[in-house]
Ligand binder design. Sequence first.
Ligand code: SF4
Length: 263
Amino acid sequence: MSLELELKEILEELKTYFEFQKTLGLEGIVVERKKKEETIQVPIKGKIQTEVEKEKPPASIKVQEQLSIFDAGAKKLTLEEIREEIGECTRCKLHQGRTNIVFGEGNPKARLVFVGEGPGEEEDKQGRPFVGRAGQLLTKIIAAMGLKRSDVYICNVVKCRPPGNRAPEQEEAGTCEQFLFKQLRSLEPEVIVCLGSTAAQSLFKTKAKLGDLRGKFHTYGRSKLLVTYHPAALLRNPGFKKPLWDDMQIVMKELGLSTRPGD
Ligand code: SF4
């Protein structure tokens, strides 16, 4: 039997085992425990919240890069190879309403990567990430950091537009996020900025609140990861502008960019 078939069998057995455990009331498995406040849980299915998250905000979270068992030992793919692998994807139901797959764009050697939730109407039309109103705001934020869009890389958790700009469902994000993981493995940036909680949930498998995750670096593989508000949230609530800019200053400091206006 080939290694791939053996692994598939093991996965099937694990799935059956966890589904059985779930019927007995198990909600998740602990994947990391350093200090009590760093405990996180990976949901088997459905929403969970750890005791720690209920008690107090989580400290910095550290996770290995997320990859499927089939990709763990595989070579790093180029962005072009990942796009080829996606093809004319029909892996989840979001393909039904899309005009274009929005893969991501920017510098393949970017030190900084922004990860959003999914394409909106304008992104779906143009096949480019963050080009609508929220995208224009992100472009301004990038410029205020002293960078251009072509200096960074921008992508989303799901590559096809959820209807009515709703948040991606768990199954949709869970199906598509494998491509984000591969993109991050290919890019291996110094800093990843998660724009909004969907991206943070994909990378950390945590249900902690965005307000509790932001304002500090976490670790994703070899990259530092910071969670902040989605620019669309700023359009709805300008009160988020100051905390978002505080977060960007943390990123700028890490990348050695000037945080003094006018420099
Ligand atoms: Fe495929 Fe992702 Fe589009 Fe779903 S959202 S159809 S998984 S590319």
